[in-house]
Write a protein that binds this ligand. Sequence first.
Ligand code: HEM
Length: 215
Amino acid sequence: MTNIPDDIFTEPENVDPDTMTNLGPLRRLAGAWEGRKGVDLNPKAAGPEQKEFTERIDLQPIDYQLNGPQLFYGLRYHTHILATDEDATFHDQVGYWLWEPATGLVLQTLAIPRGQIAIASGHAAPDAASLVLTARRGDTEYGICSTAFLEQAFRTDSYRIEVSFNADGSWSYVLETMLLVRGRTQPFQHRDVNTLVKVAEPTPNPLMLLGRKSA
Ligand code: HEM
């Protein structure tokens, strides 16, 4: 919502409960996905480390959400990543992808268990072939917030994700997270890429499941 209305309390009526048909460009992300060809470039004391990883992402429709007049449809996600040569979790992330049909606003919220959260934003058409979302440290609207340790040792200045929807139904992402590592003068580009293939269809959102039961 770019123009804030005078009435910030009144909610829209007769909102369509079917999230899957109102997800705009996020519809193509719904479901469970696997990617076996991920590549991560991360900062280590000795210099950049490149590792291959496998990934599972579960993206499930949630019921529509209202902030007064503002309406979002969305997906809740969990990303779990293993390095191909290790058993321990390599990266874990939860959050929401949100779509505001009225404005084309797309949001991704991220929570990472190293003590870091962000909310990235972008705009897209409902049939967009790609999405670009960004977040910047210091921004109060679409920013990044970290622990004191990360803020001082691995300052995260920006985050960018580009998602491309592929013709075969898979999708790919490129993540660029700019880190200022303490003691270094040049920022480090922590970069991740992967392509995800669908392994299960999404479960309809709770309101839709309720409707099916009572029908
Ligand atoms: C596919 C996605 C990602 C993978 C596989 C990944 C993996 C990694 C790995 C392996 C490290 C080095 C850990 C260590 O040395 O202890 C690292 C460091 C880091 N990552 Fe990521 N990461 C991903 C995405 C992100 C994102 C989206 C952010 C923030 C928005 C982020 C923030 C950081 C930070 C701040 C560090 C440095 C902290 C540290 O080394 O203690 N990462 N990441």
